[in-house]
Write a protein that binds this ligand. Structure first.
Ligand code: 3PG
Ligand code: MG
Length: 410
């Protein structure tokens, strides 16, 4: 059932507690914390603009990092208030608490269309414990609750589940923001009934992280492409040698079961047939890769590690992607953070963008594949990039997200 939308609400003069995912990467620079990537902040602008137009008094709640219930200065949301002010073109007030009298006072100062960002909800251990008394404190100054934090919707915390429970309990409305709606549309509805051919590209380190997604998508996909280190567990299952590559030998049976299911269902299952391999070694006492080269063969030599797909594989993968009408991509093809081993991931990224340009819907399932696309400067050439990491994966596995369940139905 569709969830109530922020578009459905009358917000004139209402105090709207809005959960956003502003868990953005930061680094210290010149004694202050600097935001490295503001994608998640930008992604909430459409929701905020709608609420501003509707005359809402907007109270933003978010977490940053994992401060484990204590005030950790480097995890303050203050720099986010500054960044958001800049992006939205109006001053965003910041309150260095998320509950209590100072919040009540700050909310009382809010004008219609005004914005206030509260301090990190995870400074309180009651947030992750989803304690009702804390949820009531968070909800104390709110008439309405909106959740735009898809990236945190897999967490049953006070700000994602406790607050909407409290607000609903007293007869208030709890709705999805526009980002939340788009995430649910693309990772949910579009993949529920994809236009065929449906090509799924999965990468990343571990089969165990992705097996539930593979299993579920084997019911829908025409082609599944596997890259990244998880491919080596599949190669092991098929009897090839993998040298020093990252593998999960205890997951060979799981990999084999997926291969069997694919052949039963006539799903094309593509694994790399060549690889870039590198020699794991030590430089100045630290792990590093030494010599590297293309290994134009299914077996990887004993002393070498697979670090990317090879050119033949990239071509075969690109060919399959080209014919797609719907594409889901989650996880890189190799260690793309190292520019020597990024080509396979970039070639797949290019193929996804080319297919999109000729009419395919392309959905990027969050995390590292989004990073890779942005690094390649191709982030604006796909249909949708999820802002979720763990949340996207759990949702793609077919799990209910507690933060979504807690919202009112339409
Ligand atoms: C994320 O970055 O994936 C979300 O903000 C959730 O953060 P968490 O994994 O610390 O709960
Ligand atoms: Mg469809």
């Amino acid at each position: 059932m569709a969830k109530l939308s922020v578009n459905d609400l009358d917000l004139q003069g209402k105090r709207v507690l809005t959960r956003v995912d502003y868990n953005v990467p930061m680094a210290e620079g010149d004694g202050a914390m600097v935001i490295n990537d503001d994608t998640r902040i930008r992604a909430t602008l459409p929701t905020l603009k709608v609420m501003i137009e509707k005359g809402a008094k907007i109270i933003l709640a978010a977490h940053l990092g994992r401060p484990k219930g204590e005030r950790v200065d480097s995890m303050s949301l203050q720099p986010v208030a500054e960044k958001l002010s800049e992006l939205i073109g109006q001053t965003v007030a910041f309150c260095d608490q998320c509950v209590g009298d100072t919040v009540t006072e700050a909310v009382a100062q809010l004008k219609e269309g005004g914005l206030l960002l509260l301090e990190n909800v995870r400074y309180h251990p009651e947030e992750e414990a989803n304690e009702t008394a804390f949820a009531e404190q968070l909800a104390a100054n709110a008439d309405i609750y909106v959740n735009d934090a898809f990236g945190a919707a897999h967490r049953a915390h006070a700000s994602t589940v406790g607050v909407p429970t409290v607000v609903t309990g007293r007869g208030g409305q709890c709705a999805a923001g526009l980002l939340m709606e788009r995430e649910l549309q693309f990772l949910g509805d579009e993949l529920e009934s994809p236009d065929n051919p449906f090509v799924v590209i999965l990468g990343g380190a571990k089969v165990s992280d992705k097996i539930k997604v593979i299993d579920r998508l084997l019911e829908k996909a025409d082609t599944i492409i596997i890259g990244g280190a998880m491919a080596y567990t599949f190669k092991l299952a098929k009897g090839f040698t993998v040298g020093k590559s990252l593998v999960e030998p205890d997951k060979i049976n799981v990999a084999q079961a997926a291969l069997d299911k694919a052949s039963e269902r006539s799903v094309q299952f593509l694994l790399p047939t060549d690889n870039l391999i590198a020699e794991p070694t030590e430089i100045d006492g630290k792990f590093a890769f030494g010599d590297y080269r293309v290994n134009d063969c299914e077996n990887i030599p004993d002393d070498m590690e697979g670090v990317d797909i090879g050119p033949k594989s990239a071509e075969a993968f690109s060919e399959a992607i080209k014919g797609a009408k719907t594409i889901l991509w989650n996880g890189p093809m190799g260690i793309f953070e190292d520019s020597r081993f990024a080509e396979g991931t970039y070639n797949v990224a290019k193929a996804v963008c080319e297919a999109t340009a000729t009419g395919a819907i392309s959905i990027i399932g969050g995390g590292d594949s989004v990073k890779a696309l942005n690094k390649a400067g191709l982030g604006d050439q796909v249909t949708f990039m999820s802002t979720g990491g763990g949340a996207s994966l759990e949702f793609l596995e077919g799990n209910e997200l507690p933060g979504v369940t807690a919202l009112n139905d339409k």
